[in-house]
Design a protein around this ligand. Structure first.
Ligand code: AMP
Length: 433
């Protein structure tokens, strides 16, 4: 029978020594731990919400003219005739959970972080998957521009801590319900004469969501789209002050930024600040982080009129960026000792030693299968073991431990004496008893 395969656009993430590229779990753990730890430095703590929610939640939260809702959701009807959707992003669920759990009542500014799989039926390519993963933070109740800056700074800090440097931060303001209607009219009028030269998507968006025209990636449309007057020229007083405050705050922290007049974000509930962090060397799907302020979402989701700001990065894309900058990314946890067995009679010794080392928290392994020396050494190398300990043989029988450093290739003999093998190895691993 033919073996079944994984669904296109999904990935298996394997243990380090079995996987390749970004699909090695040690890299994921490192990224996840770093992101959660750095976010916690600013008071953001993890929340976990279900992977599927009612379809309605995303339609309301994202707006039914966005690409995500129109074309990309994995939706299904369950046995109870409920319309459900695998979450395409995190914010709508976090806001729902914030309302449903009364988080807003106990804490006026809630700082939440999330991490997990998201699902979008996009055309898969490098950096774009149907099941991908996001790490995001949301600052719900954060009304001030310093909250926008705080969110950007958290992402900036995570990126730096992960050793990624070739990034640029793009910012824009997308206004608010006071100023955006006027700008929409300006844009509509501006593009009206050129519609015949623009693509079908642009014509469609001219009618339904004119702001999204600025987002079009079609090369043939770029010249005309770039001629649009910048949105920041049309901001109301409040949005203009926030826009100035944002730039001032980023300058203060010496986070370099570029004004991207065409940055409008794909989702409907964004107001004021919009930002993206783009990596220069990971190809077409170079946007790692996206986020902004969404003052309209909480109320649109049936909650109180509470402002909020947040953002998210794609885990796969962040890993591609890490790898682009450091192709030799070290694996996370190398076995400290690999015990190589010489002779059948030491089988029990090895098993007991392994057990005791692990009781002391030491990562220690042995080979499966063949007891042939060469095969055991290859297994040790494949797992990137730091040191091989030879158990059995002449030295062992005469009270000497033979240890090989797998990085330098050097061998060392240690007299065990009355100390005992376990104590010797623990001492070597930095554990004193
Ligand atoms: P968005 O929710 O669309 O603002 O996306 C935020 C970030 O999630 C993007 O900048 C990407 O890093 C990542 N992302 C979005 N869609 C995908 C996808 N289909 N595959 C991989 N990463 C994605």
């Amino acid at each position: 029978m033919a073996a079944l395969q994984r669904i296109k656009g999904t990935n298996d993430i394997l243990p380090d020594h079995l996987g390749s590229g970004i699909f090695r779990l040690g890299l994921w753990h490192r990224l996840e731990e770093t992101a959660l730890r750095v976010a916690a430095l600013s008071g953001y703590h993890e929340i976990r919400t279900p992977i599927f929610e009612s379809t309605e939640l995303f339609v309301r939260g994202l707006g039914d003219v966005t690409d995500v809702v129109k074309k990309e959701m994995f939706s299904f009807t369950d046995r109870g005739e409920r319309q459900l959707t695998l979450r395409p992003e995190g914010t709508a669920s976090i806001v729902r959970a914030w309302i449903e759990n009364g988080i807003g009542n106990s804490d006026s500014v809630a700082r939440l972080a999330y991490l997990g799989p998201m699902f979008r039926a996009e055309r898969p390519q490098k950096g774009r998957y149907r099941q991908f993963h996001q790490f995001g933070i949301e600052c719900i109740g954060g009304a001030e521009v310093r909250h926008d800056i705080e969110v950007i700074a958290v992402f900036w800090n995570i990126i730096r801590t992960l050793g990624v440097h070739a990034v640029s931060l793009k910012i824009n303001s997308v206004g608010c319900p006071t100023c955006i209607p006027r700008y929409r009219e300006v844009l509509r009028a501006h593009f009206e004469p050129s519609l015949k030269d623009l693509c079908g998507d642009c014509s469609e968006r001219h009618k339904t969501n004119v702001l999204r025209m600025l987002d079009c990636k079609n090369p043939a449309c770029q010249d005309i789209l770039s001629s649009a007057p910048p949105l920041t020229d049309y901001l109301c007083e409040e949005c203009a002050a926030a826009w100035a405050g944002l730039r001032h705050g980023l300058d203060l922290l010496q986070i370099p930024w570029q004004h991207d007049t065409r940055l409008v974000r794909g989702l409907d509930y964004y107001t004021k600040t919009a930002f993206e962090i783009v990596h220069e060397a990971i190809g077409a799907q170079g946007t790692i982080v996206g986020g902004g302020r969404y003052d309209g979402l909480v109320a649109a989701s049936g909650g109180p009129a509470v402002p909020a700001v947040g953002g998210a990065f794609g885990v796969e894309r962040m890993l591609l960026a890490m790898q682009a900058e450091d192709p030799t990314l070290p694996l996370r946890e190398r076995p400290r000792f690999f015990l190589v067995q010489i002779g059948d009679e030491v089988d029990d010794d090895i098993e007991r030693l392994l057990f005791e080392l692990r009781l002391h928290g030491i990562h220690a392994l042995r080979a499966d299968g063949s007891r042939q020396l060469g095969k055991q050494m290859r297994a040790a190398a494949k797992l990137a073991s730091r040191e091989v300990v030879f158990v059995g043989g002449q030295e062992w029988n005469s009270g000497t431990l033979l240890i090989k450093d797998m990085d330098s290739g050097e061998q060392e003999s240690i007299v065990v004496g009355s100390y005992g093998v376990l104590a010797c190895l623990l001492k070597r691993a930095g554990i004193e008893r």
